[in-house]
Ligand binder design. Structure first.
Ligand code: ZN
Length: 478
């Protein structure tokens, strides 16, 4: 029997406001524990929360950017449970009346477009952080840091529309890009500002009802999400094929072992006893404010991608990568404004530049090669100052030192050899040293031509103008 997975994702994204969602405490990261707290976010009796307007605005931005309907009326609710990092004994979230509903995100997988529904987006506060015995002296103690308590989050719940780990990865990448384009979330999974839980079940292909699902947690990179889903889908299919049943439960992804492990079953599931928070008034969002926010939205990834294809005549594949972050799209456009050959610019960004960044695990914002330096180098290839081959070395040097290409070429003596006599000298040497190959070539083995080009380049240490080398070699080898 053929099986099909059904996947839904729940993403928590931390909003980039300066202050917390219900008090004026700072949200800045990495401060001394418990230095950014007040009676409200530590849940002192008698303290009252007041909603942060900026956080609401950011959540509306996301709702609009994901094609959602913004609810004219939404309500904060208390989600009751006990945990040491939750001082009030409940988390303020939204339940029956979320802020935004019924949107979608478009993804492209294997060249095919697909819409993934967004069921709802709601706002909530983050909990604190527990630290367990971080040093040997503190081995038997646990500490709680309330700096993170009350940091604003949005939860984005997708429909059960995702059919493969690859689609899940694409959906997450696209959602993260939208958050970053909107400048409302850093999208850093390792730092926990973008977290994902997955619901997954399998069913016989063609069957309309869903199978029993499990919930996966503890995946802190896109790669882990994809791997955890792959593992879980295989595990569930194996159970069904053995005539067993999938148990509804929460499972943790174990990075070391590369497997999912049962954490708690359905019978242990919480009843959160949600009810409207009596300390907060309902959010009544004015239509005029929504329109104002809509007008302020930036060009989003999908639109930018389409524009890149039509305006710069680059392949869709290039446009997809170049628009994957707003910073990269800006880098590309700034470069093209300085050097009007978009495809060449795209090739260098997608090739050498991204390779170096990936190796060093850097973002494009941390790239030592500026658009000005990159295009300066491209102009030097174009006017024949350096060869395309040498350009590779120039690029590496620019990346390593952050130096201007003109200075590198001058200091290293990498200017291309345009002088015919010098090139001819190298050609004659190559011919003298390889009489057998000359013979073969003249007998019609034309492939050997490339060998001679290589020899001449070797002698000139890659600096000879390749066009001249080709012309002169052809004459000499006749
Ligand atoms: Zn506070």
């Amino acid at each position: 029997m053929e099986y099909e997975p059904v996947i839904g994702l729940e993403v928590h994204a931390q909003l980039l406001t300066r202050s917390k969602i219900f008090c004026g405490c700072s949200t800045s990261f990495g401060e001394e524990p418990n230095t950014q707290t007040c009676p409200v976010c530590t849940g002192q009796p008698g303290s009252l929360p007041v909603v942060n307007r900026k956080a609401v605005e950011f959540a509306i931005r996301l709702g609009l950017a994901t094609n959602c309907r913004i609810a004219p009326f939404s309500l904060f609710a208390r989600k009751n449970y006990f945990y040491p990092d939750l001082p009030k004994g409940y988390q303020i979230s939204m339940y029956e009346y979320p802020l935004a509903e019924e949107g979608f995100i478009e993804i492209t997988v294997d060249g095919r477009k697909k819409r993934i529904q967004i069921i709802r987006i709601h706002m909530e506060e983050d909990a604190g952080k527990l630290k367990h015995g971080e040093t040997p002296e503190k081995a038997s103690y646990s500490y709680v840091d309330f700096n993170r308590t009350g940091v604003p989050l949005v939860e984005i719940v997708s429909g059960p529309d995702i059919r493969s780990p690859q689609e899940a990865g694409e959906y997450l990448r696209r959602l993260r890009a939208i958050l970053q384009y909107l400048e409302i979330c850093t999208g850093d999974m390792e730092k926990g500002t973008f977290r994902c839980d997955a619901n997954v079940s399998v069913r016989a292909k063609g069957q309309s009802e869903f199978g029993t699902r499990t919930e996966l947690k503890n995946m802190n990179s896109f790669r882990h999400v994809e791997k955890a889903l792959e593992y879980e889908i295989k595990r569930q299919i194996a159970l069904l094929e053995d005539g067993e049943k999938v148990v509804q439960e929460t499972r943790l992804w174990d990075v070391e072992q590369g497997i999912t492990i049962s954490m708690r079953g359905k019978e242990e599931a919480h009843d959160y006893r949600y009810f409207p928070d009596p300390d907060l008034v309902p959010l009544k969002i004015d239509g005029g404010w929504i329109e104002e926010i809509r007008k302020s939205l930036p060009e989003l990834p999908e639109k930018k991608k389409e524009r890149f294809v039509s305006q710069y005549q680059i392949p869709e594949y290039d446009a997809e990568i170049l628009t994957s972050t707003r910073a990269m799209a800006n880098y590309f456009e700034e470069s093209v404004s300085l050097f009007q050959d978009p495809k060449t610019v795209s090739n260098w960004i997608m090739g050498d530049l991204l390779r170096e960044l990936k190796r060093d695990e850097r973002e494009i914002g941390q790239c030592p090669v500026t658009p000005k330096h990159l295009t300066g180098m491209l102009s030097m290839i174009q006017d024949g100052t350096i060869s395309g081959k040498i350009a590779k070395d120039v690029f590496e040097e620019m990346y390593r030192t952050g130096e201007r290409p003109e200075n590198i070429v001058r200091d290293k003596g990498w200017v291309q050899i345009q002088d015919e006599t010098e090139i001819l000298r190298a050609i004659e040497k190559a011919i003298e040293a390889n009489p057998r190959q000359v013979d073969d070539y003249r007998k019609g083995k034309e492939k050997i031509f490339g060998f001679f080009v290589g020899e001449v380049m070797k002698q000139t240490r890659g600096k000879a103008n390749p066009k001249l080398v080709n012309e002169l070699l052809k004459k000499k080898l006749k």
